[in-house]
Design a protein around this ligand. Structure first.
Ligand code: SAM
Ligand code: DTB
Ligand code: SF4
Length: 330
């Protein structure tokens, strides 16, 4: 390293990191579309091999019956959706699903549970699942809700690589979507994950009726986490019958698909080193919009025929899409 570069590193260690203001992020959203994509591509190429897409497979290890009131979620017990509650899967079922994911080409396996947070008696079997996934040579990720003191450390010890916990939306819009836990609760869990030495997977959902400014505020929150999340899932709301948000929009998308692409591009520019994942809603977005998202710097997808309870493009369709675009699994 040159002396000038060393001085730069020393200075960046000494100084607090520059924060993204909502105005600055909103100004990115307001750029002409080609200009925004051009900038996002430049950042992407500076930080990642272009043409590589990471494949992460999801498994719902405990489905439905959740006590929370997240207005988008088909797994909340209080909404009448088609989701049927089921018990925690056993480790053998998880191993089989992880083996199948690996055989299909996934490199990360993410286990989701419809809990407010895990009780200690729930956590023990999850630790065994993490060990199973790691034994297969996959990266392991969990999304189990809010963590209490000490739980992140246990997950770390079992070998967990990533914990997914989303901020979901802007602080100003959050109360319109969830009331049973607040923004600060989410930040506290993220801090526990970070402190335990687990990499953070944290993103949000768009298309819930938020304004562009609120999308910018969500991205600013994510980018200002210090350090920013290693993985940033960008979900498009999947409207599931019986949930309050589906009732509100009646199946009509609340978002122009190009605005979804803009959100991906702005995430890429503001979080240059992060993996930006096209998450829920890909099936509904269609292939042309997904191609634009890859052009805007997305470099990961959820891969497998299901997300947690809703559909995802099937594996063959994703393999064909990546091949058509000349993209290869990372
Ligand atoms: N219960 C845990 C929690 O909420 O942290 C983990 C599972 S929860 C289903 C994980 C994430 O899925 C949520 O934070 C939300 O961002 C996303 N999600 C849930 N339902 C969705 C939907 N209908 N459309 C898009 N994203 C959704
Ligand atoms: C994330 O941000 N999206 C995934 C994962 N993290 C756990 C979940 C999407 C769920 C979509 C609705 C469902 O399938 O139930
Ligand atoms: Fe429960 Fe998570 Fe769904 Fe909220 S998003 S209702 S916490 S499963």
């Amino acid at each position: 390293m040159t002396i000038a570069a060393q001085a730069g590193v020393a200075a960046s260690r000494a100084q607090p990191r520059a924060r993204w203001t909502v105005d600055a992020v909103a100004a990115l959203f307001d750029l002409p579309f080609p200009e925004l994509l051009w900038r996002a591509q430049g950042v992407h190429r500076d930080h990642h091999p272009p043409g590589r897409v990471q494949l992460a497979t999801l498994l719902s290890i405990k489905t439905g019956g959740c006590p929370e009131d997240c207005g988008y979620c088909p797994q909340a017990a209080r909404y009448h959706t088609a989701v049927e509650e089921s018990e925690l899967l056993d480790a053998g079922a998880v191993r089989a699903a992880a083996q199948a994911a690996k055989a299909a080409g996934a490199t990360r396996f993410c286990m989701g549970a419809a809990w407010r947070g895990p009780k200690q008696r729930d956590l023990e079997p999850v630790l065994a699942m993490v060990r199973e996934v790691k034994a297969l040579g996959l990266e392991a990720c969990c999304t189990l809700g809010m963590l209490k003191e000490g739980q992140a450390e246990q997950l770390k010890q079992a070998g967990l690589d990533y914990y997914n916990h989303n901020l979901d939306t802007a602080p100003e819009f959050y109360g319109e979507v969830v009331t049973t836990r607040d923004y600060q609760d989410r930040l506290a869990t993220l801090e526990r994950v970070r402190d335990a030495g687990i990499a953070v997977c944290c993103g949000g959902i768009v298309g819930m009726g938020e304004s562009r400014r609120q999308r910018a505020a969500l991205i600013a929150q994510l980018a200002n986490l210090d350090p920013p999340p290693e993985s940033v899932p960008i979900n498009h709301l999947v409207q599931v019958e019986g949930t309050p948000l589906a009732e509100r929009f009646g199946g009509a998308s609340a978002l122009d698909p190009l605005e979804f692409v803009r959100t991906v591009a702005v995430a890429r520019i503001t979080m240059p080193a992060s993996t930006v994942r096209l998450s829920a809603g890909r099936r509904e977005l269609g292939e042309a919009v997904q191609a634009l998202c890859f052009t805007a710097g997305a470099n990961s997808i959820f891969y497998g025929d299901r997300l947690l309870t809703t559909g995802n493009p099937d594996v063959a369709a994703d393999q064909a899409l990546l091949a058509r675009l000349g993209l290869s699994p990372a």
